[in-house]
Design a protein around this ligand. Structure first.
Ligand code: NAD
Length: 251
């Protein structure tokens, strides 16, 4: 299945060397979008871009630390020079350092916010003009952590809650030219889950209505929809992609 209005567009996807970002980049490329795979993991970005190109679609790997205003400025120059437009910005990169507040170093709090929240501010600052000119779309990746508390993740939760508010704010700010929506994934099987044991994942799946963890492709379908013209009347809102995790009230 494909979504209308994506063919020929240009997208930047951050954190696209792995997991959900990689799946979103692949899905958008399959829909006919030229995708810039933007990540600090240069090797991972190249592998994702090469896999997309091998399938006959368009992608390029670009180095981007989302917390660096200079990196964003360089990327905007490159996109302007190579494509003269940007239609879709998917802000998805994150950093998580687990510790309760009383054990979390200030530097680790600041760094998580810099990547997972300020990175979106910097990206929009760099590309707002181009997105307005192209009547484009922004999609943010938040998390069910914006809705639910999980132990040991204060900065992550604050960043993800902040993204829901920021997404709504951006939608107001750049309307009617740019639509802005935020996806809230639940438990999605990506390398971010590597530290968990099989038993921990099985216990986790038991609390999810569809009784399993999600696949990155299932988030990518939501992102591609929100970026497409089929979502032309949807802006300033959130889409929870969590298999019913946040609907479950417990036993
Ligand atoms: P992942 O670890 O597979 O991928 C994250 C990517 O972000 C990596 O490629 C990493 O190199 C990149 N990255 C980290 N710091 C960066 C920086 N400063 N600049 C640019 N890139 C940077 O993780 P994932 O599970 O695919 O998560 C992707 C997004 O989905 C995140 O925003 C995360 O919060 C969200 N999310 C994931 C889950 C889940 O269960 N996997 C659940 C809810 C939300």
């Amino acid at each position: 299945m494909s979504f209308r209005g994506l063919e020929g567009k240009v997208a930047v996807v951050t954190g696209a060397a792995s997991g959900i970002g990689a799946a979103c980049a692949i899905r958008l490329a399959e829909e006919g979008v030229a995708v810039l795979i933007a990540d600090i993991d240069d090797r991972g970005s190249r592998e994702v871009a090469d896999a997309i190109i091998a399938q006959g679609f368009r992608a390029e790997a670009v180095h981007l630390d989302v917390s660096s205003a200079d990196d964003w400025a360089d990327l905007a120059k490159r996109v302007q020079a190579d494509h003269a437009r940007l239609d879709i910005l998917h802000s998805n990169a994150f950093l998580e350092i687990k510790a309760p507040v009383h054990e979390l170093e200030r530097a680790d709090w600041d760094r998580q916010l810099a990547v997972s929240l300020t990175g979106t501010y910097l990206g929009v600052q760099a590309f707002a003009q181009m997105l307005v000119a192209s009547q484009g779309a922004i999609v943010l990746t938040s998390s069910v952590h914006a809705l639910l508390g999980f132990a040991g993740r204060p900065a992550y939760a604050a960043a993800k809650g902040g993204l829901v508010a920021l997404g709504r704010q951006l939608a107001v700010e750049y309307a009617p030219a740019v639509r802005v929506n935020t996806v809230l994934p639940g438990s999605i099987m990506t390398p971010a889950w590597d530290p968990q044991t099989e038993e921990e994942m099985a216990a986790h799946a038991a609390g999810i209505l569809v009784a399993r963890l999600g696949r990155a492709e299932e988030v990518a379908a939501a992102v591609a929809f929100l970026a497409s013209s089929e979502a032309s009347y949807i802006t300033g809102t959130t889409l929870v992609v969590d298999g019913g995790l946040s609907a479950f009230k417990g036993l």
